[in-house]
Ligand binder design. Structure first.
Ligand SMILES: Nc1ncnc2c1ncn2[C@@H]1O[C@H](COP(=O)(O)OP(=O)(O)OP(=O)(O)O)[C@@H](O)[C@H]1O
Length: 600
């Protein structure tokens, strides 16, 4: 257990980078400040000794004010050094937390895109933010307090035995009982409970993110109570765990701890009463009273020291579990990079006997899928819902890697290509294209950062975005998602198409939108599609069969398997699943036309 804690600190110090030295400087300053803070107590003893020696002629006491100034000087010096130490540890702690966040974000760029499907973005952010804040507490405060407290303890024990070992022992007993109570609360099984408590916190964050994300659906279907259930349960589990820890685990040890730290007198007074008669008999009563005064005052710092240890050890535990959570992000498996990356030879896309099963799923989402899209061809993926169209398209940019078989781009297995080369080769337009809260210019330019303003403008025009730009107050410099500037689904889709057009990649994977039925937008989107796909290899997930009629090849997927392939004409003649889908589609269109006419 101890070793693990040590290694946690070592890990955190690595993150501090070139500010690691500042941590050590801060710790040294904290140690020295603790030593300085002992001097006022010695001064109290000296003052008590001198006063008692001249009692009751107090005015004869020499050097009282001198001791006062010395005590004041050392106390102030101690505080100044302590603050300087904290400044150093804070500077290192901020760097540590910043480096953890930076490394986490950098690592997220290397994980497969599918990772974000199974890990809510709120959870990832929560893990990095909350966890790095917890480590900040350890690095900025707790470590300095631990070192300071160790020094305090050693000097405290030395001082306890310097003046009167019996009264010193009385004070020490209170310390020992408190420390035992405290460690029974922190160590062993209870450390595991703290881990569980933080895991419930994680689950609550995840459920909260999911709940907030689903609010529109919840409101539409008036499902407030039911939808709140998962989130409510997560909150309840969390508060039960927190309550259990506080009430059942901490109650007794904390009471013992507080009683003995705040009441170090419990042992000191009986010991003093026991010693008083012999001191009186030996004519050493003045020394005895001096020592008693000193220990009575000194015992007060015991509670301060123990409180610091308590916070420090809980900080240690928090940081340890925080590091575990950070590791879940920072050590998430990354996309495997090939040792000898190969360059694509052409713009062909080929699936070779591809099977894929999502992690945790029992059935494969794709089984033995093979097809080829020659350079410049358009291949449409169609089929019933859940057939595997999105999964197949997602394997091209390596959202996930195939379970068996191979996906090849330009004659090279995608796993054998540098991920950057693969990303340059392929443009993706998915239905839920995310636009950033940034200007339209920046949103489109994300595809090619070095593109000029004119090139961005050209892409926007090609994607039929003229009407959008014209109506916005600052044209392409308008910030999206702020001050009421929101775009409709169809408009967002066209901006995303402009992004893909600007990218100018030879291969395009696109999920044809179904959600944006407004006829005007629809026509513009189709025009933008035509520009984007011209002269490129296209893999299109098609939901409306009207868009696939002209495709070079149609792949029909059902339950993860290729059930038919061919041109529209061939498949209609084959009288299989596609022919039935085509009939149903025509009936639906017919029904729409008829009902539109009747409505007029
Ligand atoms: N992230 C995921 N984790 C586990 N299973 C998944 C995941 N995404 C999809 N699946 C499963 O894989 C299968 C194929 O789903 P996929 O989304 O590829 O089908 P689709 O043909 O695109 O469907 P639709 O037309 O409804 O979009 C389904 O059984 C689905 O439940």
């Amino acid at each position: 257990m101890k070793e693990k804690k040590k290694s946690d600190v070592a890990v955190l110090l690595e993150y501090a980078g070139n500010r690691k030295g500042l941590t050590f400087l801060g710790l040294a300053l904290s140690a020295v400040s603790m030593l300085l803070s002992m001097v006022p107590y010695i001064c109290i003893w000296l003052v008590a000794r001198d006063l008692i020696a001249v009692a009751p002629n107090w005015t004869q006491a020499q050097g009282i004010s001198q001791y006062g100034w010395i005590a004041f000087g050392f106390a102030v010096g101690g505080i100044i050094l302590y603050f300087m130490g904290l400044m150093c540890t804070h500077l290192a702690a901020f760097r540590t937390a910043a480096n953890i966040r930076k490394q986490g974000v950098a690592h997220m760029m290397k994980v497969p895109l599918g990772y974000f499907d199974s890990n809510a973005s709120g959870l990832i952010r929560g893990r990095l933010d909350a966890a790095s804040a917890d480590t900040e507490q350890l690095m900025a405060h707790n470590l300095a307090d631990i070192v300071g407290t160790i020094v305090l303890f050693v000097s405290m024990i030395v001082m306890m035995f310097v003046f009167d070992w019996r009264m010193g022992l009385a004070c020490l007993m209170a310390v020992v009982i408190s420390v035992i109570a405290m460690f029974s609360m922190m160590g062993g099984k209870n450390a595991q409970i703290v881990g569980e408590y933080q895991a419930t916190q994680d689950r609550m964050t995840k459920a909260g993110t999911e709940y907030v994300r689903g609010i529109p659906v919840v409101k539409i279907f008036q499902q407030t109570v039911y939808s709140f259930k998962a989130f409510k349960e997560a909150i309840e589990v969390y508060s039960n765990k927190a309550e259990y820890y506080q009430a059942d685990v901490c109650q007794v040890p904390q009471t013992v701890n507080l009683t003995f730290t705040e009441g170090a007198f419990i042992f000191l007074v009986p010991v003093a009463l026991f010693l008083a008669p012999s001191a009186l008999a030996n004519g050493q009563f003045a020394e005895f009273v001096t020592d008693f005064v000193f220990y009575a005052v000194f015992s007060a710092i015991i509670s301060t020291a123990l409180a610091k240890i308590m916070f420090a050890s809980s900080g240690m535990m928090l940081a340890g579990t925080a590091l575990d959570r950070i590791r879940q992000v920072i050590e998430a498996p990354t996309l495997k990079k090939p040792d000898h990356p190969q360059m694509p030879q052409n713009n062909k896309v080929e699936f070779k006997d591809v099977s894929f099963t999502y992690s945790g799923a029992t059935k494969p989402a794709l089984s033995h899928l093979s097809f080829t899209a020659e350079s410049g061809q358009t291949i449409a993926l169609v089929g019933p819902s859940g057939g595997g169209k999105t999964t197949a398209a997602s394997l091209i940019p390596r959202f996930w890697d195939v379970s068996s078989g191979a996906v090849e781009v330009g004659g090279v297995n995608v796993t054998q290509m540098d991920p950057h080369v693969l990303m340059d080769q392929v443009a993706f337009v998915f239905q839920n294209n995310r636009l950033f809260k940034a200007s339209i210019l920046e949103n489109v330019r994300a595809a090619r950062p070095q593109a000029s303003r004119e090139q961005v403008m050209e892409a926007l025009m090609a994607a039929q975005c003229k009407d959008i730009i014209d109506k916005l107050p600052d044209g392409i410099d308008t910030q999206i998602g702020t001050e009421g500037t929101y775009l409709s689904g169809g408009e967002q889709q066209r901006i995303a198409l402009a992004r893909a057009i600007l990218k100018d990649a030879p291969i395009v994977v696109l999920d044809e939108a179904t959600a944006f039925a407004d006829p005007e937008n629809e026509a513009l989107i189709q025009k933008a599609f035509a520009t984007l796909t011209k002269g490129r290899t296209v893999i299109m997930i098609a939901h409306r069969l009207s868009t696939v009629v002209g495709a070079n090849k149609i792949i029909v997927l059902e339950k993860g398997k290729l059930v038919e392939q061919g041109t529209h004409k061939e498949l209609v003649n084959a009288n299989g699943l596609y022919a039935r889908m085509w009939q149903d589609y025509n009936k639906a269109v017919q029904w729409k036309i008829t009902s539109d006419k009747e409505a007029k």
